[in-house]
Design a protein around this ligand. Structure first.
Ligand code: PEP
Length: 255
C-alpha cells in the first residue's frame, strides 16, 4: 500500500481574535515542532489569514482558508478568490464543508466549481463529504457521499484528486460530541477510496482521506489507527492548543 503522509487540519470556523490567535498559534507551533511526519494545518477566518501567515512564518505549520470562491475575479461581493489566497501564502482551502452546504445552500455543482477553482490556482482543496443522520439511518450514506464525490470527479477528473485531500465528515458527528466509531470511519473511508479507484487506482492509493466529526484528544489515536484514515479535520478541539497538539501527535505514523 502507498505510504501517505499524515495530515491534521484545524477548522477554527467563525472563532478567534487577534490576541487569542496569537496565543493559540504560539502554543501550536511549539507543540508540533518535533512532529516531523505529520503535516499540521490551521484554517482561521479570512480576516486573520494575514496575521496567521505572519505568525506561522518559518514554522512547520501551514495554513488554509475555510472557503474559496468558484470565480476568478469580478462582481462577486463578499467573495475571496483562490488567487488572492495564494498571493498571501495560503496552501489549503476547505471546500464543501457541511455547514456551507446546509447553511449557505452550496450545491454539489458549486462545490465542484470551487474545487476546480482551487486546483487551477494551485491550492490544495480539502474536499468535505458527509451524510446527515437521517441519511445514515435510511441506509443512504454511500449514495450521498458517492454523489458528492462524483460531482467533483466528473467536473475535474480523477487526476485532480492527486493535488487534493478528501475529508469524510458525517454531519451527525460535527460539533455534537458523537464521533463516528473507528470502524464506521474505516468503512466509509474504504468506500471513498474504492470509488476513486474505479476511476484511477494510483490516485486512490495516494489520496489522503481525513476523518472529521468530534475528534478529540481522547479518541484521535483510535480513529487514526484505521488503515484508510490518514489524519483528521478538527473543529472545536483545534481551538484548544493542548488538544490540537495531542491530536496531531496521535496522527504520527509510528507513535
Ligand atoms: C468541523 O467543523 O469540520 C468539525 C469536524 O468540527 P468538530 O471537530 O467540532 O466536530
Amino acid at each position: 500500500m502507498a505510504k501517505r503522509a499524515r495530515l491534521v487540519a484545524g477548522n477554527w470556523k467563525m472563532h478567534g481574535s487577534r490576541a487569542a490567535n496569537e496565543a493559540l498559534l504560539a502554543a501550536v507551533i511549539a507543540g508540533v515542532r518535533e512532529l516531523a511526519d505529520v503535516e499540521c494545518v490551521v484554517c482561521p477566518p479570512f480576516p486573520y489569514l494575514s496575521q496567521t501567515a505572519g505568525l506561522l512564518a518559518g514554522s512547520r505549520v501551514a495554513w488554509g482558508a475555510q472557503n474559496v470562491s468558484e470565480y476568478a475575479s469580478g462582481a462577486y461581493t463578499g467573495e475571496v478568490s483562490a488567487a488572492m489566497l495564494l498571493e498571501f501564502g495560503c496552501r489549503y482551502a476547505i471546500v464543501g464543508h457541511s455547514e456551507r452546504r446546509a447553511s449557505f445552500g452550496e450545491t454539489d455543482a458549486q462545490v465542484a466549481a470551487k474545487f476546480a477553482a482551487a486546483c487551477r490556482a494551485g491550492l490544495v482543496p480539502i474536499l468535505c463529504v458527509g451524510e446527515s443522520l437521517t441519511e445514515r439511518e435510511a441506509g443512504r450514506t454511500e449514495d450521498v457521499i458517492g454523489r458528492q464525490l462524483d460531482a467533483v470527479l466528473d467536473a475535474s477528473g480523477p487526476a485532480s484528486l492527486a493535488q487534493a485531500v478528501l475529508a469524510y465528515e458525517p454531519v451527525w458527528a460535527i460539533g455534537t460530541g458523537r464521533n463516528a466509531s473507528p470502524e464506521q470511519a474505516q468503512q466509509v473511508h474504504a468506500f471513498l477510496r474504492a470509488r476513486v479507484a474505479l476511476r484511477e487506482g494510483s490516485v486512490a492509493a495516494r489520496l489522503r482521506i481525513l476523518y472529521g466529526g468530534s475528534v478529540k484528544a481522547a479518541n484521535a489515536a483510535a480513529l487514526f489507527a484505521m488503515p484508510d484514515v490518514d489524519g483528521g479535520l478538527i473543529g472545536g478541539a483545534s481551538l484548544v492548543a493542548d488538544d490540537f497538539v495531542t491530536i496531531c501527535g496521535a496522527a504520527r505514523s509510528n507513535p
